[in-house]
Design a protein around this ligand. Sequence first.
Ligand SMILES: NC(=O)c1ccc[n+]([C@@H]2O[C@H](COP(=O)([O-])OP(=O)(O)OC[C@H]3O[C@@H](n4cnc5c(N)ncnc54)[C@H](OP(=O)(O)O)[C@@H]3O)[C@@H](O)[C@H]2O)c1
Length: 430
Amino acid sequence: MGKNMIRVGLLGMGTVGSGVFEILKMNEEQVRSRAGAGIEVKKVLVRDLEKERPVKIDRKLLTTDPEEVLKDPEIDVIVEVIGGTGVSRQYVEEALRNKKFVITANKDLMATAGAELLLLARKHNRNIYYEASVGGGIPLIRPLKHSLGANKIIRLMGIVNGTTNYILTKMSMENMDFETALAEAQDKGFAEQDPSNDLEGKDAAYKLCILAGLAFSSHVRFADVYTQGINNISKRDIFYARELGFAIKLLAIGEENEKGLALKVHPTLIPLSHPLAAVHYENNALFVVGNAVGETMFYGLGAGALPTGSSVVADLIDVARNINHQVENGIMETEFKTKKIVPTEELFSAFYLRLQAVDKPGAFANLATAFGDEHVSLDMILQKRSVEGLAEIVLVTHAVEEKRFAQALKTIKGFPAIKKINSVLRVFEK
Ligand SMILES: NC(=O)c1ccc[n+]([C@@H]2O[C@H](COP(=O)([O-])OP(=O)(O)OC[C@H]3O[C@@H](n4cnc5c(N)ncnc54)[C@H](OP(=O)(O)O)[C@@H]3O)[C@@H](O)[C@H]2O)c1
């Protein structure tokens, strides 16, 4: 006979914690029938007992003492929605040692310490569920772990940061400049007051570590991911990209080939006909190519109280079924190997280049020669009318080994006729 009530200790009652609490109330009956048991929040750890909460909660549930939650013998599962890698890691470890199941929405924690924490979970015959850590409400972890398990994953490409996608969409669809779009994202609560982790691509890189780890059955570290942010994208680039038939998106890309894993986060020109080009504003999406299934795409809201809470509560339902029906513990991540990472300079990519050159005969011929010497062939060229003797040249290359492109660019930078290299971006051309 299983338990008719699964008791939860919530660590944190901010955006996600409140969403979890609200869904458990809003969909109580549905959750009970799917879980085969009631799910009750027994205690909630916060910092400030007096703070206004966005949900109606019995204040007696709140505590500032972690031990009251982590040591409560009645609590079966700890939901960590504090964030960061400090106390959250400590509490998750203690919860596992106390034989609690753990659910977390924390990508920083899973990307940096997931391997160790899952080992600890296995040691204590428990598990960590982390569907909410990437893509908010979009199912990504389960599909990669289970539904696509029959495939060798060839490539995954994702828009996994809502803030940057919101900014790029505003710049592209509403002709807004970068600063105004960022300020609006902050106003709407998408971007943090210090948005550098989002803008520099670090948040997306953490998420790629988690996704690529599962897709390629490998331990992936943050340092393995080549990361470039969107700080230098201008409206001009977005405008020219569109003229050439592309959208600019911050993509997290993971690929496996015979040399190893390629892991990158960078702004990318993607053909307007690609489904990822149609993912706008704060939406997220993951495009996965498997050798049996072909192309699949997962799309939706990557953040927010209810979308993220939706993933956490789904994990709670799994935990309840696990507890009551002794469903196999399901940890596979501890069996992962560490696959070789291909250095970026050995990867192949097409490039977009925007530069300013003196509008004199021969300037373009020099460019063509510098590219030709490194076997870089050009796919598209735009030359704009010159202003005050300077011409703006925009070109797109065919795929080339990154180090060859870098060498050609170095040569080009040395030409007296080249006044400025405005932008260098990668192009996805498949
Ligand atoms: N927000 C989203 O849409 C979203 C989406 C996906 C994943 N996530 C992840 O979910 C996690 C939580 O995010 P959030 O947006 O819900 O954060 P948040 O709104 O800032 O809430 C954090 C909560 O943790 C509590 N807390 C912070 N430090 C604490 C400490 N040292 N001891 C005890 N309690 C502490 C806070 O207490 P007080 O309320 O008393 O200050 C607050 O209730 C993060 O890992 C985040 O990356 C968030």
